[in-house]
Each structure stands twice: as C-alpha cells, then as structure tokens.
Ligand binder design. Structure first.
Ligand code: AMP
Length: 398
C-alpha cells in the first residue's frame, strides 16, 4: 500500500505525518524543532504510543529531512524509501496563481518562492522543505497544498480593497484568506453530519485556535473570509490584533517613537490580541482561569475575543443571506464551551440557539437545540489529512 508523507515546514521547524493511503491511517508523525540552532529537538511518535526523541544540532532543513527518513528505517516504520510514493507540502501563500493543489516542478517552486512577498516567513520556509525533500528523494512525486486555495472562489466584491485599482493590478493587493484546508475540511464533514450534500448548504465555519478565521461557505465554496491580505486581519486572535483602522499605525509610530514599520507589524502580529489586551497570556485556557479569579483585563480580552467573532458570524449571515449551520473548530472552537456559548447566546435573534446540555467542553457533533433554525456544530479539524488526499489525487497525473 502507498505511503504518503505530509510536510509543514516553518522557518525553524518541520512537522510531518506519514500516512498509509488510501485508508488514511497515520503510521507515524513527528516534529523537528529549533532547526538552525544548537540542540534541535527531533521527536517521532509511532506504533502504539511509542516515542523517540533526540537532541542534536540540525542546522538546515535538508538535514532534518535526512534524519527523519533515517529514523523511519531505524524505527522499522518503513523498510525501504521506495515505500513512500508521494510527499505533500503545506504552503501558506498561493497568491492568485495557485487556486488548487499542484504537482511541484521547478517552475512551480520558483513561483512559490516569488510569492514570499505575501508571506515572507512562511513561503521561504515551505520552499526550503520542498528543496530538502527533492535533494534527498529526487524522484518522489511532490505536491503543494495551499492555505489560500480554498478561498480562490471568493468573488471580486469580497476580495478587492477600496483602494486605487492599480495597487491590485500591479501589486496584487487583495484579500487571499488563510486556513483554507481547515475550512474546506470542516465544511465537508458538516455536510456529512447533516446528511446533505455540501453543495446544498450555506455554512459559516469558525476556525478558532491561536490563529482564528471565519469563512462564509456557500454550496461548498468560500465566498468570503475574515483573514485578508495576510493572516493578521479579521477577528482578534491569541497574539494578533485582527482588524483595526490603518491610520492607527502611523499615529502609534509617531507617539511611541517606533520608526521601523517591521517592528510595528511584529507588535501587531506577536504582542497583540488576547496577550496584548490581558497582559497575561495568549492562551485561552489561562485567560479563562484569570477571568474566573476576577482579573478584569482577562475578562475584557475574553469579551473582545468573543465580540469580534460574533460580529464576523453576523456579517456572514448577511453575505450568505442566511445559513444552515455555524461550525466551530480548532483548539478553542473544539474545546471551549464557554467561548461557544458566549458567542452564540447573544445571537438568538438569528434563530440560533445552543443546547447547554449538549455543549459540554469537548462536545462533538450538533450542539444546537432541537428547534434551532440554524444548527451549531463542533467538528475537530484535520488540516493535515487534506494533504495526503491531494497527493493521492494528483500522483497519477505527474
Ligand atoms: P490551536 O491553535 O488550534 O492549537 O489552538 C490553541 C488554543 O486553543 C489556545 O488558545 C488554547 O488555550 C486553546 N484551548 C485548548 N484547549 C482548550 C480548552 N479546553 N479550553 C479553552 N481553550 C482551549
């Protein structure tokens, strides 16, 4: 049976999962952390909960790939590299070029690298992962799966900005969205759960984790989403500000003496959101604990977080002209009944109501009341799985 490996390469990390296809069984998974630094951490989980970990210096992605392939043999997860028939790479920005997954050749790789303007940290790291695999296993089929691709169906009215059109035409300044594979996956799972075809449904999918985005999915296609040119926009997140008035940026730079726009962008990406407002943490569990013990900043952070998500969901009821279901997923969406209740309980006017008996912490499935016109669903996301599926689909066309 074919084995496919999915790769999610970051600037200093490489996450991977080895699947047996077509039955989609995870045979092993692992992460290499601190690539490029001393004491990199190399971890593999496999078999019946077995774990292998070493600390060693892994200075580049090539070596990380080589070590992971060696470990697969050493741990007897595979006996020969030939068993791996495909590799799929998660790529953050596909721009206007990649509207679906593709087999990666030299031309595709060059385009992925050229798109680094849209996601500087991510696309360069993704390209490093691709090159590392090509070097170690040159003949393997390599597929790129793009975070933005699911949103390629957005209409122009949703993806354009109200700025001079030459900025779009010359510089591709437009909304691209993100988390596409997750929204796509949960929309399809929601349809299965509701016993309907996704093409007959209007869904609002809420991927709420450390990064968060809301998408309006009309008949299986994304027609609007809250993340925009980059994943900084939309709802407030763990460390990201979400939407704000662009005039605030030059104002704050002047007032604080910050002269480097990169430093300001870093603050909006890494020091804002739940972390910035609470001054405590970007982690929702810690915010909830602090809120319970009466911390007013944590309460405000929690309330703002829920408020911003509620407003996007409300917008998308209008964009879709009504919806069949709201779907919660990712770390917070799957695990926090508090957040789900806080968001939905103030939207009953839309004909949506949560059944608090069903809305337990790790609920799965339908959690709305019997008579709720709009269903509320909790569906665990599995973004990784979309990667080997697309590798399987494209493998024979390479
Ligand atoms: P993700 O980025 O999808 O891994 O989600 C990470 C976020 O999920 C963090 O803010 C965690 O605090 C949050 N999270 C995980 N479990 C829980 C839980 N039981 N209750 C509230 N938040 C949770």
């Amino acid at each position: 049976m074919a084995k496919t490996i999915s790769i999610n390469a970051g600037s200093s990390s490489l996450k991977w999962q080895l699947y047996q296809m077509p039955d989609e069984k995870v045979l092993a998974k692992g992460i290499v952390e601190r690539i490029g630094l001393k004491d990199s951490i190399f971890t593999v989980k496999y078999g019946n909960g077995e774990k292998f970990e070493i600390i060693t210096d892994i200075l580049e992605h090539d070596l990380a790939v080589q070590k992971l392939l060696e470990a697969l043999i050493q741990l007897k997860i595979i006996t020969d590299y030939k068993e791996i028939t495909g590799v799929g790479h998660r790529i953050v920005a596909g721009g206007e070029i990649f509207k679906e997954s593709v087999v990666i050749n030299d031309d595709v790789l060059a385009k992925i690298e050229a798109l680094a303007d849209l996601a500087p940290l991510h696309n360069s790291a993704n390209a490093a992962g691709i090159k590392a695999f090509k070097k170690v296993l040159p003949d393997i089929v390599s597929v790129g799966v793009f975070d933005t691709a699911f949103h390629a169906t957005m209409p122009e009215v949703a993806y354009r900005y109200g700025i001079p059109k030459e900025y779009y035409e010359k510089h591709q300044a437009r909304k691209y969205g993100a988390h596409g594979t997750s929204h796509d996956y949960v929309a399809n799972e929601a349809a299965k759960l509701l016993g309907k075809s996704v093409t007959d449904l209007k869904l609002i999918t809420a991927h709420i984790g450390n990064g968060a985005s809301i998408t309006a999915v009309c008949h299986g296609k994304s027609i609007d989403t809250s993340m925009s040119f980059t994943p900084l926009a939309g709802v407030m997140m763990g460390t990201r500000s979400g939407d704000l008035d662009p005039s605030l940026i030059p104002y704050l730079m002047e007032k604080t003496g910050i002269s480097d726009i990169k430093e300001m962008t870093e603050i909006l990406n890494k020091k804002s959101g739940l972390l910035g407002v609470s001054g405590i943490s970007s982690d929702m569990r810690e915010i909830i604990e602090a809120r319970k013990s009466g911390n007013s900043d944590a309460k405000l952070a929690f309330d703002m977080f829920s408020d911003r998500i509620r407003k996007y969901i409300a917008q998308y009821f209008a964009v879709l002209n009504g919806a069949d279901a709201v779907v919660f997923t990712a770390g917070i969406g799957e695990n926090s009944n508090w957040v789900r209740s806080e968001i939905i309980n103030q939207m009953t006017w839309f004909g949506i109501a949560i059944d608090e008996v069903k809305n337990v912490a790790r609920a799965k499935g339908i959690i709305s009341t019997e008579d709720s016109k709009v269903k509320v669903l909790v569906i665990p996301t599995d973004e990784e799985l979309m990667i080997p599926r697309d590798v399987e689909k494209l493998k024979n066309y390479s």
